[in-house]
Design a protein around this ligand. Sequence first.
Ligand code: NAI
Ligand SMILES: N[C@@H](CC=O)C(=O)O
Ligand code: NA
Length: 915
Amino acid sequence: MRSLAVASPLPPAAAAAGRRRPRASAREVISQCWKCEINQYRPLGNPLRIGHSQGSLQRHGSKNLLAAAAAISVEQAEVSTSLPKGDMWSVHKFGGTCMGTPQRIQNVADIVLSDSSKRKLIIVSAMSKVTDMMYNLVHKAQSRDDSYMTALDEVFDKHMAAAKELLDGENLARFFAQLHSDISNLRAMLHAIFIAGHATESFSDFVVGHGELWSAQMLSYAINKSGVPCTWMDTRDVLVVKPSGSNQVDPDYLESEKRLQKWFSRQPAATIVATGFIATTAENIPTTLRRDGSDFSASIIGSLFRARQVTIWTDVDGVFSADPRKVSEAVILSTLSYQEAWEMSYFGANVLHPRTIIPVMKDNIPIVIRNMFNLSAPGTTICKQPANENADLDACVKSFATIDNLALVNVEGTGMAGVPGTASTIFSAAKAVGANVIMISQASSEHSVCFAVPEKEVAAVSTALHARFRDALAAGRLSKVEVIHGCSILAAVGLRMASTPGVSAILFDALAKANINVRAIAQGCSEYNITVVLKQEDCARALRAVHSRFFLSKTTLAVGIIGPGLIGGTLLNQLRDQAAVLKENMNIDLRVIGITGTSTMHLSDIGVDLKQWKELLQKEAKPADLASLVRHLSENHVFPNKVLVDCTADTNVASHYYDWLKKGIHVITPNKKANSGPLDQYLKLRTLQRASYTHYFYEATVGAGLPIISTLQGLLETGDKILRIEGIFSGTLSYIFNNFEGTRTFSDVVAEAKDAGFTEPDPRDDLSGTDVARKVIILARECALRLELSDIPVKSLVPKALRSCSSADEFMQKLPSFDQDWDMQRHEAESAEEVLRYVGVVDVVKRKGSVELQRYKREHPFAQLSGSDNIIAFTTSRYREQPLIVRGPGAGAEVTAGGVFCDLLRLASYLGAPS
Ligand SMILES: NC(=O)C1=CN([C@@H]2O[C@H](COP(=O)(O)OP(=O)(O)OC[C@H]3O[C@@H](n4cnc5c(N)ncnc54)[C@H](O)[C@@H]3O)[C@@H](O)[C@H]2O)C=CC1
Ligand SMILES: N[C@@H](CC=O)C(=O)O
Ligand code: NA
């Protein structure tokens, strides 16, 4: 039976008390150290090992070793522990940042303990910065800089301090003894390096690897502390690699498996912490796995155990669809195929080094990249592409990446076609000067070959090509060897691009719409990658344009708000409160990327933080400039759709709608000026709207949030004939006459309507009847009546003497002097059992409109209103006997902004949002 207890490192006292380890062979016992747990079973011929073994013996004394050996029972010595492989193993890897502080190491221990897998192997890097500190020691020593001694003390102090915070009692003592001994060995070795003024690679690797040895021990003891038996592994005892040139190593799986088997038979633990980064050669010389070595260690070990999964813990939520520093919209990918991860890492994406993928790929072991500081993020799973295309690989294009500082070399001429060996000559010239060819493209006409190389290598390539092709150039067989400087590569990566028609069409369409010129294109037969070469200055814009096309929903809308007053401001607050719900439930992503008032303006590339739009408009604002807001919107290539919402009452702003629609910017407004302005301009605007796919919505211009425009359009579009539209169209005037009773004065009620936000910015627009007349015109024009505002006779309620007031405030101040006149009119109506109501009429049959103050009997529906109610009656062919009536509050901030918001959602739904 394999007991977990026997796997834990035991001091002699504990061993003697009956908790025992399995016995190693006689040769191995001689050099085994119970304190440091580094298995000294190798022949003592390796000078690096001698130091350690002798150190161990000197440190702990042979007596203790003998005691440990004596405690091993015969029964346990007989136990054969073959290496279990497969699903029961889960492998985790924690990098230096994860192991950065004692608290983080404790968090790592907690993560390990929360994994319910039957068996776990945890690969760790050195504590953050320690590897650099260790390299620095070697560097100092071989430079004969004796400050290596104080630097070594710092290494000791750092680990001692961490261990003191993390461990206690026996675990701490054990770690301290080991650290102490290692540091004295290192001191001796560094001294030797100092004297020689030189360190061999294996000496250096031996020194540097201590960071991992210490972090592995600390974590293993921290896990032990919680009562879960855990042992630790010096992977130099197991992982055998051979150098494969160009600063790389290849794992020797057969030999490693043999050694792992042997190691495990001695320490058959269910939880093992192993050192990342370090390994050994077949000749037992310490070495490292080079850059990103710990990930590689995890992948190799995962493969040796045929693990269920290898989890690489880091400090990001997973692999992004593009560099998040360049594309703020970048998203975390939930899955990636091995090949995609491979492609992306080539482009410098923060994925795994390609060689890390190889060991697990051969056994189909998934690698999961997770954020240790955000455990709620599920991370990115890198696995074999599911056979079923509909399985969880999200999209055919997985990510976009760029490489800057490139130059294109274009070799061109009629003499190239059909001449074997031209390409070979070109690329051997590039090779001869050591240039790295990053991408190649040749048109099938064979008249030109172009390729991209790093900018810093292009001069040498150009010189080499001119030399090689001197004769061909002189004879005119080649017309030019041309260099195009300042280029970048933009690559789209995705496995399913191969089986999805139209991907490249979408890619190039997005580039075209962003007005980006493509210099060269390459797509290999594998179709994992489509690469385009563009001007470096266009690259960031191109990246954002293509990313948004593939990753943002079609119903992402960039919104510009003009006039953050009562309605505009209320709309911004409603957007703030509802945006997340819309995104979550309806995939509608509304981003306000610009707000302008009359004096200040705030712009954002990705979306204003609506929680603080008011502050931003004060503190982080520029002088208001409508033209630059429009430019900001139309030149933004991140968002597929753009809309301007005019919340002013400004005629000048309204005069721009035509241009905006022409630019492809949708327009939404509660401002009545465009639809009630000069007829010819109105007709031009509506004609353009109908001829284009750009939308113009203005529901709130009549009846605020009440569905007046949409009801009318619905009747007309379905073939009903409108005969007459009649009603109370002014929320302000409705409020005034609903409340002008008893002892209240007319001017008080007007002031109340103003305070309640029912009036126009200047209340004279309401009292003069102009606002109602505008609404009558808007409805009349919907019914195809060609009327101008001046065609509507209007009864103004503004006393003649106040029409010339220079401001709304002056008007409000002077209004009380006319209260008596109003009292008289009211009394007259009241004595006839009637009420005053201000009504508008569109008489479609007679092709005219009117606006009047009328008296109605108390039982008339118009007399029944309250608050700011509007009531609008449509008499039509279908609704002839009983008109279709829409009634409800027809003014006020919330209902009006709500009406504008509805238009925004209608736009999103026209653009494809779910209903
Ligand atoms: N208040 C209501 O109940 C209803 C209002 N409306 C319409 O909504 C629009 C806005 O009304 P309110 O918000 O009540 O008025 P408001 O006066 O509170 O807001 C208008 C805002 O637009 C700004 N503005 C004016 N000209 C501008 C320009 N050229 N560029 C940038 N900003 C400019 C002003 O500084 C102000 O902040 C008006 O067209 C009104 O007819 C429509 C239905 C109901
Ligand atoms: N001032 C207007 C607001 C809506 O258009 C009104 O009172 O109706
Ligand atoms: Na309306």
